[in-house]
Design a protein around this ligand. Structure first.
Ligand SMILES: Nc1ncnc2c1ncn2[C@@H]1O[C@H](COP(=O)(O)OP(=O)(O)OP(=O)(O)O)[C@@H](O)[C@H]1O
Ligand SMILES: [Mg+2]
Length: 261
């Protein structure tokens, strides 16, 4: 048995002394796509940032491993090199560096010196992925996310995903602000990544995305941890009934993490 692609055990994370993640655990194996749903302010984006090593997020206890390797010991760039990828809820705009330059540097950062991707191969791959994502060629030469519409940014995150081919991707609300056609295109991109060498954690508010990207497991997050797990039927029930039934079941009054008692 090989170690899970991603294993998080009893993770506690604080921001400025406030505990946001409280005993969060999950295990994702190669080939699996998991979805995390949950009300606003329950710690979903915090989880993503903490795994990627955002300096503001202090891990007070618990462990994160990828294929048995300690992720928390790695520098941020080492995490990316180890095959971790995060599509952010709010991607940043970077002026002065083109999308194509950014992608090429990012690919080469994950390779040994002397083994850089050739310009020809890079361009061929970029063309192919942009075609699949139905992106206009001009986006390759535009500054990274600068002036991109909300939906264009999300599509661009998936372009990065397809170009970098990470082992484990965390996609934070890649569906927010997408029109129906874009939602299908983005889903097509994620589905094209599926395979035994790829694991994925999708954070979303909407079951609709999961109609297009079938998750192997669905988890509900409240108060900084997973409070319920199931299959895609769980997402369907949440869409129909909201979260109150779970709160009732668990005797939770407030699902958020940041409320003073
Ligand atoms: N950098 C930060 N500084 C202060 N508080 C923060 C910071 N990041 C997150 N928090 C707080 O932690 C809590 C969880 O935030 P988080 O962004 O993880 O929620 P979320 O589950 O992703 O919500 P949403 O569904 O609205 O995206 C919130 O109360 C938020 O205000
Ligand atoms: Mg969020």
């Amino acid at each position: 048995m090989s170690a899970p692609f991603l294993k998080i055990e009893n993770l506690h994370v604080s921001i400025e002394g406030k505990e946001i993640l409280k005993d969060f655990s999950i295990e994702i194996n190669g080939g699996e796509i998991h979805a995390i749903m949950g009300p606003n302010g329950t710690g979903k984006s915090t989880l993503a940032s903490a795994i990627m090593g955002h300096p503001k997020y202090e891990i007070t206890s618990g462990s994160v491993t990828m294929n048995g390797e300690d992720v928390l010991e790695m520098e941020v760039d080492e995490r990316a090199q180890a095959g971790l990828f995060l599509a952010m809820q709010y991607p940043s705009e970077i002026s002065g560096i083109t999308n194509a330059d950014f992608l090429r540097s990012a690919i080469n950062a994950g390779r040994e010196e002397g083994d850089e991707i050739s310009l020809m191969k890079f361009i061929r791959k970029l063309d192919e992925k942009m075609d699949l994502l139905e992106m206009d060629q001009q986006f390759a030469q535009r500054y990274l996310n600068e002036g991109f519409s909300g939906g264009e940014k999300k599509r661009n995150e998936i372009l990065q995903l397809m170009m970098l081919e990470p082992k484990l991707a965390i996609l934070d609300e890649i569906d927010s602000g997408l029109d129906i056609d874009a939602l299908k295109v983005v889903s097509k991109g994620v589905n094209a990544m599926r395979g035994s060498e790829f694991g994925c954690l999708i954070i979303t508010h909407y079951q609709r995305l999961l109609d297009y990207i079938k998750p192997d497991k669905v988890h509900v997050m409240m108060q900084g941890r997973i409070v319920k797990s199931g299959g895609s039927e769980l997402a369907e029930r949440l869409e129909a009934e909201g979260y109150d039934w779970i709160k009732e079941e668990l005797g939770i009054e407030d699902e958020r993490v940041n409320q003073e008692a």
